[in-house]
Design a protein around this ligand. Structure first.
Ligand SMILES: Nc1ncnc2c1ncn2[C@@H]1O[C@H](COP(=O)(O)OP(=O)(O)OP(=O)(O)O)[C@@H](O)[C@H]1O
Ligand SMILES: [Mg+2]
Length: 339
């Protein structure tokens, strides 16, 4: 086995391939003042979604939005003065500790809850002015627990359900259901409650996709899944985003947020404490502390190594295992065989 070797690396469907493409693997390795430095920022990460151009219209927007649940002590607001826009085609991860207000925010974004102050807009229209059926057609929502979503006796009926409630004609609904059964490899007659947790999550996701919403909000889509199931779900989500669906994904998994999202919004105590590229947000120590989050492993390691007096700065931008190997190689560590 080659330590740090990538040659025999098996890929899993949808696995985030955080190493750069072969073609773009030319890097600026070389000696600089203070020791060898590999400029890992010079190389785009493989499969990173294209940046969303400035001027792209906002499909979701919070303008000073606040919310409190009925009966909360002293009318305490659980989200406060939220202001951000999600543009068409973005892939945004929302992170934060338990109770930070992520699910409440997602319900404001899909219009299930209406803000008590400020505004939430879908395609530029305040949710307060949009009918529920119109909101459901535009913004698909995968809830935190798929079992709360699944309500039919067969996979086929489950897939058809959201189409029926959003008024899709039956011929078109049949066509979409057949296509999804085919694409996901479902047994159309199976009872949803006899499926595994991962299969039920896939079914819930497919039911949301069936309605072909322009925006997909996913509340912890990989929670409770094993690695392979997690990657299967994320492969679907990544593919949808590549085909133009805007994705807002709440997650407690910082690795998933880093590997798949282009932008991260960190929340603490009902407020946004950081909003930017995954790298910027995860390197923002103050925001990480405020949100009680630990950055993805490789970023955490790079932050620690960057504090080393010798060669420390070479590690300052390392964010993936591949980049770590490059920097270690430049610093004189050799690949070696282990038995
Ligand atoms: N239906 C409700 N009624 C009253 N309070 C609620 C309700 N739902 C959530 N809350 C409270 O609102 C706050 C924010 O909850 P929310 O579910 O939005 O957090 P979250 O960030 O999604 O947390 P988690 O990571 O645990 O899912 C919490 O204090 C929670 O107890
Ligand atoms: Mg939640």
């Amino acid at each position: 086995m080659m330590l740090f070797g990538r040659k025999n690396r098996k890929s899993v469907a949808g696995e985030p391939n955080s190493a750069p493409r072969e073609a773009s693997r030319k890097r600026t390795a070389g000696k600089r003042e203070g020791g060898p430095v590999v400029d890992v920022t010079a190389v785009p990460r493989e499969d990173a979604p294209e940046p969303v151009r400035a001027g792209t219209p906002a499909v979701l927007e919070c303008r000073g939005a606040s919310f409190a649940y009925d009966g909360a002590a002293n009318g305490a607001q659980v989200v406060r003065d939220l202001s951000f826009a999600v543009r068409k085609g973005e892939f945004v991860a929302v992170v934060g500790s338990n109770g930070a207000g992520k699910t409440t925010t997602s319900k404001l974004l899909n219009g299930l809850l209406k803000p008590l102050a400020g505004e939430v807009l879908v395609d530029g229209v305040p949710t307060a002015q949009l009918r529920t059926s119109e909101l459901a057609r535009r913004v698909g929502m995968l809830f935190q627990n798929p079992d709360r979503q699944i309500c039919q006796n067969t996979v086929r009926d489950e897939l058809a359900f959201s189409l029926r409630v959003t008024g899709v004609a039956s011929d078109e609904a049949d066509r979409r259901v057949d296509a999804l059964v085919d694409e996901f490899g479902f047994d159309a007659d199976a009872a949803p409650y006899l499926l595994s947790r991962g299969e039920r999550q896939m079914l819930a996701l497919a039911s949301v996709i069936a309605a072909e919403p322009e925006v997909l909000i996913l509340d912890e889509p990989t929670c409770g899944l094993d690695y392979r199931e997690c990657m299967d779900v994320m492969a679907r989500v990544k593919d949808l985003n590549k085909r133009g669906t805007t994705v807002v994904m709440i997650t407690h998994d910082m690795e998933v947020a880093f590997d798949f999202a282009r932008r991260v919004i960190a929340m603490a105590d009902g407020r946004v404490v950081a909003d930017g590229t995954p790298e910027t947000v995860f390197r923002n120590a103050e925001a990480m502390r405020a949100a009680s989050l630990v950055p993805p492993q490789m970023i955490e390691l790079s932050i620690r190594l960057a504090q080393e007096p010798e060669n420390g700065r070479a590690f300052a931008h390392v964010a993936t295992a591949y980049e770590m190997v490059q920097v270690l190689g430049a610093a004189g560590f050799r690949k070696r065989k282990v038995s």
